[in-house]
Design a protein around this ligand. Structure first.
Ligand code: ADP
Length: 502
């Protein structure tokens, strides 16, 4: 469909190592899948570049051959094929163009980043390759398209090198040399660190392997390179943006981040409000809305039945997510006896660290009528816990944005969170003043300790007994706008600053 090009419409190229609906291991895939669609709805031209892994979902998709690019590697140049799919965007926007880079020696294997024996040993070569391919795809597309590329939006360490190539080895190239870059950090705990002697895999001049470049305590650090060379850096919440500039949150990159003159902009992720909507969610036993919550009680009963918990009228606490120390679930494991004593039920869904899995497993065996444990990934069950639970606990040590608490808000399930990163930015804590003003949407604690978590859960249970107050907190949360539309507009602002030379 031909569409007149607005003067202020941008030509955005986005690159990520995973994206919904093709391939997903974490929240990055949700962002890389949803943001391009929202940008296209706003009238922008969007191309998304992803690697074509073996696990790439092609069922029901319309991929076609687009062409071939030649990509440099440390072992010489190789040909990669490009496959393309146009994803139609509702509401009269343009379609999103997805370009999958196919190079089987690197991507036709089980797993994205790791196999049964841990991280793939050639990850530096693989993602140097992908980052160079991003540049080549831009050159390939640019040569057949009149609109110049306004911005290249990169995500995490897997694509960070593209920003480095554009400012160094590819700097004088037509079409791509002047493209401005935004790098979004989804979790600074993952930096793409490789042994120093592998630096030559990047194909970058060795004078970039210094303290002022990609060198990091003798190793190669791709995220550091991206932070140094991208024209702008963003992360997924304003509070996390501040935290990563301090030693507690920067994982060694705090100095590099704080050294950026323009700082780091924080933009909260949106959620897919289409698939996460209690009014239409087909995973649920009953649907409900902000003005009629009666279906939520049906969902709670159905959840107790599904999980084998006795159907009791007691507070039901949901836990969903990776069972890791980042998420702080070890704090929860510590206070199980105290929580059992007050009679609550807990529904846990997640996988992760063995020690934590085992701890929850023995808790479940000890309190079978109060604890349910699902050690698996189960999308439908995640929806049913979000709907059926009364509250959801997220005691994260750090949390760049967090999606689970956003689903909870929307499902009238009151989040109990630690005051960090995106949790601090999205949950308005219950206090006499916020409660009176009808603004409170959840409960927060600051100190990383089992005691603070327990005290906050006990406070929530006290408020739970006040049905009128509880309902007003539920409704305040359900009224919060967590859509991608809001976030997409903020990204457009960031792109425009870049375009204007900022
Ligand atoms: P992170 O990306 O750090 O893991 P987020 O809260 O940003 O945490 O996103 C996690 C996403 O994965 C959410 O959509 C959450 O519902 C989902 N999720 C995590 N664990 C499971 C599980 N075991 N089953 C189903 N969904 C899960």
């Amino acid at each position: 469909m031909a569409r007149s090009h607005h003067i202020d419409s941008l030509n955005i190229v986005m690159a990520a190592s995973e994206a919904v609906p093709y391939v997903k291991t974490g929240g990055l895939a949700d962002v890389a899948g949803a943001l391009p669609v929202e940008l296209a709805k706003l009238g922008h031209t969007v191309t998304l570049i992803v690697p074509r892994y073996r696990g790439f979902q092609t069922d029901g998709r319309l991929l076609r051959q687009l062409g071939t690019i030649r990509v440099k590697t440390a072992k010489g140049s190789v040909d990669a094929t490009l496959e393309e799919e146009l994803i139609p965007v509702a509401e009269g926007g343009q379609s999103v163009r997805v370009v999958a880079v196919r190079y089987d020696p690197y991507f036709d294997r089980a797993g994205l980043y790791q196999g049964p024996d841990g991280d793939f040993s050639d990850n530096l070569a693989r993602f140097s390759f992908f980052s160079r391919a991003i540049v080549e795809v831009m050159a390939f597309l640019g040569s057949s398209r009149s609109e110049p590329i306004s911005v290249l939006h990169l995500h995490d360490w897997q694509t960070a090198l593209a920003a480095v190539y554009l400012k160094t080895t590819e700097r004088d190239r037509a079409i791509v040399g002047d493209v401005r870059t935004l790098l979004t950090l989804h979790n600074v705990g993952y930096q793409g660190i490789f042994p120093g002697p592998q630096f030559s895999e990047t194909g970058l001049p060795s004078d970039l392997f210094t303290l002022a470049g990609l060198e990091f305590y003798g190793s190669v650090n791709l995220l550091k390179g991206g932070i140094l060379f991208a024209d702008k850096v963003s992360t997924v919440s304003p509070t996390y943006a501040k935290e990563i500039m301090s030693p507690d949150g920067g994982f060694g990159l705090e100095g590099v981040l704080a050294g950026r003159r323009d700082g780091v902009v924080g933009i909260i992720n949106g959620i897919d409000v289409g698939s996460w909507d209690p009014e239409t969610d087909s995973h649920l036993a009953a649907n409900y809305s902000r003005t009629d919550l009666s279906g939520k009680a049906v969902c709670k009963k159905a959840l107790q039945l599904e999980l084998g918990l006795p159907n009791r009228d007691v507070p039901l606490i949901g836990v969903i997510g990776r069972l890791t120390s980042q998420k702080g679930f070890d704090l929860l494991a510590e206070i199980i006896p105290e929580l059992m004593a007050v009679g609550v039920q807990i529904a846990i869904l997640g996988t992760g660290d063995r020690v934590l899995e085992d701890q929850f497993q023995s808790a479940k065996e000890r309190y079978p009528e109060q604890i349910s444990l699902s050690l698996k990934f189960d999308e439908g069950r995640a929806h049913r816990i979000e709907a059926g639970a009364d509250m959801l606990v997220m005691p994260s040590r750090y949390e760049p944005c967090g999606l689970t608490q956003l689903y909870s808000l929307r499902y009238g399930t009151i989040p109990i969170v630690r005051k960090t990163g995106g949790l601090a930015d999205t949950v308005i804590p219950y206090r006499p003043s916020t409660a009176l003003a009808g603004r409170a949407t959840g409960f927060q604690f600051s100190e990383v300790s089992a005691d603070s978590l327990l005290a906050t859960i006990l406070l929530a249970l006290k408020v739970y007994a006040d049905r009128e107050m509880w309902t007003s907190i539920q409704q305040a949360g359900m009224g919060v706008n967590c859509s991608w539309g809001r976030s997409a507009k903020l990204y457009v602002e960031a792109y425009r600053v870049l375009q204007a030379g900022g």
